[in-house]
Design a protein around this ligand. Sequence first.
Ligand SMILES: OC[C@H]1O[C@H](O[C@H]2O[C@H](CO)[C@@H](O)[C@H](O)[C@H]2O)[C@H](O)[C@@H](O)[C@@H]1O
Length: 607
Amino acid sequence: MSTRIEDYALIGDCETAAMVGRNGSIDWLCLPRFDSPACLAALLGDETNGRWKIAPADGAFRTRRAYREDTLILETTFETATGKAVIHDFMPLRDGSSNIIRIVEGIEGTIAFDFEFMARFDYGQTVPWMSFEEEDVITAVAGPDMLILHSAVPLTGDDSRVTGAFTVQKGDRLTFALTFCSSYLPRPKPVDAEAALEATESFWREFTGRCPDVDGWTGPVKRSLITLKALTYMPTGGIVAAVTTSLPEKLGGTRNWDYRYCWLRDATLTLLALMKLGYYEEASAWRNWLLRAVAGAPEQMQIMYGVAGERNLREWEAPWLAGYEGSQPVRIGNAASEQFQLDVYGEVADALMQASKGGLARHPRGAEIGDVLMPFLERVWRDPDEGIWEVRGERQHFTYSKVMAWVAFDRVALMAEEAGEHDASRRWRKVADEIHAEVCAKAFDPALNSFVQAYGSKALDASVLQIGMVGFLPPDDPRYVGTVEAIERHLTSDGFVLRYRTGETDDGLPSDEGVFLACSFWLADALDLIGRRADAEALFKRLLALSNDVGLLSEEYDPKDKRLLGNFPQAFSHIGVINTALNLSRRKGPADDRSDGTPDVTVGLGA
Ligand SMILES: OC[C@H]1O[C@H](O[C@H]2O[C@H](CO)[C@@H](O)[C@H](O)[C@H]2O)[C@H](O)[C@@H](O)[C@@H]1O
C-alpha cells in the first residue's frame, strides 16, 4: 500500500529536497537540484524505483513526528513493545557536497531496526553499480552520478539492494550519511554529522527568529515560512512551486504535473508574503533572479523558468513509473512553460511595486525591463490566453487575466506619476481605464450577480475573488460582494473552494479534481474584506486543520475521502497560510496593501 501524501514530511538544503515517509522511508530525492532526475523515486512507483528505509523490524510500531522547533530537522519517534527511538532526518546546507543525514537515537529500552537502501538513478530507472568499499562505506555509481553511503553498521547486498539490521538502546546514537557527488571528480570529505546537525539547527533558527508575531497564527506562519524557504534555490534565488512532480489532483487520474520549476506567478506571490514578514533579503534575491530570467525580448518572456532561469522545460512522460496510486502519466517538464498567460505581467508589476514600497534597493536593469515589457503588453492584452489555471483547451478571454493586465498598467501608471513622468503615467492610465471598462462590461453577469470565468461565460471561477484584493474594485462594491457570495454558494465542496467546475470549463483534460487550497484561502481573505471576519476566521481554521501532522499542505484536498491531493508541499497553499494569517491579524495584510493603490515609490518598475 502506498504512503498517503499527508504521511510525508519535507527535508531540504535549499537546493533540493527529499520526502520522508512516516514509515521511515525516504521515497523522493532529486540530485543535485530540485529539478534533477530523481535517484529515489518510490513515491511515484514502488521500492524498486528507489528508496532508503530505516524502520523498526517489528512492523507493529507507532510513530509520532515533529520538526525540531523552528527548523527543518524532522524527528520521527518510533515506539514498539520493546522500546522507543527517534530518527533525526535533515539535509545540511551545502559546503561542497549534498548530504542527507539520518541519526538514529535510542530513547527507551531496545529496538531492532531494519535498513534498506535501493538507489535508482534517472527517475527510478537505472540500477547503479554498487561497491562495498568497506563494510560500512558503499558507493552507487551510474554514469556521471555517484552516491556514497557512510553507515554506522555493517551492510550487505548487491547492485539492486543493500540491507542491514541493528539494535539501538537508550543513549545510542547511530549516524548514516548519504553524499552525492560527480563520479568523475575527487570525492568530498565525509561529513561530520553532529557538527552538521548543530549548523543546520542554527541556520533555521536564525531564519525563523526574524519572523514577527502574527497574533495567534505564528506557529503555522513560521512553518509556512520555513517551507517557502526550503522551496528556494539558494544559489539563484529562484523559488519552485513544489518539490514533487505528478502527485495527482485526483487519485488514479491524469492531472499530474511537474512543479519543480519557478512560476513567475507563484514566486511573486511568495515574494509578497515574505516581504510582509520582513524578509527582504529573500525578496531581493528573487528580484535579481527574475530580472535575469526575463532578460531578453518581451515576446519571449515565459510564465515559468528553471531554477537558474532555464527556458527549455520540455514536457515528457516516464512510462516506467506506475504513478502515485496508479496515477499516470508521470510527467517531467511542463508544457505550460510555452503558454501565454497575461496575468503574470500584473503579478510581477505588483510585486515589484510592493518591493519598492518596502524599500528594496533599486536594480539597474529594473526600469529598463519595464520600459520594454509595458509596450509589449499594450499590444497583446486584448488577445485570449491560457489563463492562471493553464488550461490545455482553447485560449479564452479569461477575466482574471484581464484584471491582472489592468493591475500591470495601474501599477506602472502610479509609479510613473510618483516619479514625475506624467506623459508615461497618462499613457498607462488610459490603457488601464480601457481594460477596466471592458472587464466590467463583458465579465460581469447580472443574472448570476457575479463576475464569471471569461467574457460572456456562465461559469464561476475562484480567481476572480482577487478582484477586491488587487484594488480593481473596492471590496464593498455590490458586484464584488455578489461574486464572493456566488462563489461561496456555488463553487464550494464542504465549504472549500474549487478553481472552477471541470465539467463547465474546456480545460482540455478528462475527469475532475479536488478543492484548490489556495483558492480556499482567497475566499477567507474575501470574506474578511467584505466584512465577514467571523466566517473568514472559521474557514481559515478549517483550512489549517487540513495540514498534516507536521504542518504541511499540498495543492488540493478531497473532502469526500479526506485526503491531501496534488504536489506537496506546495508554495501556493503555504502562501495562503501566511497571507490570510496576516489579513486576519492586527497587522496590515497583503490584501490591504494590494488594494490601497498607494504607490509610495520614487522609481520605475524594477526599483
Ligand atoms: O490544471 C492544469 C495545469 O495545472 C498546473 O498548474 C497549476 O499549478 C501551477 C503551479 O503551482 C499554478 O501556477 C497554476 O495556476 C495551476 O493551475 C500545471 O502546472 C499545468 O501544466 C497544467 O496545465
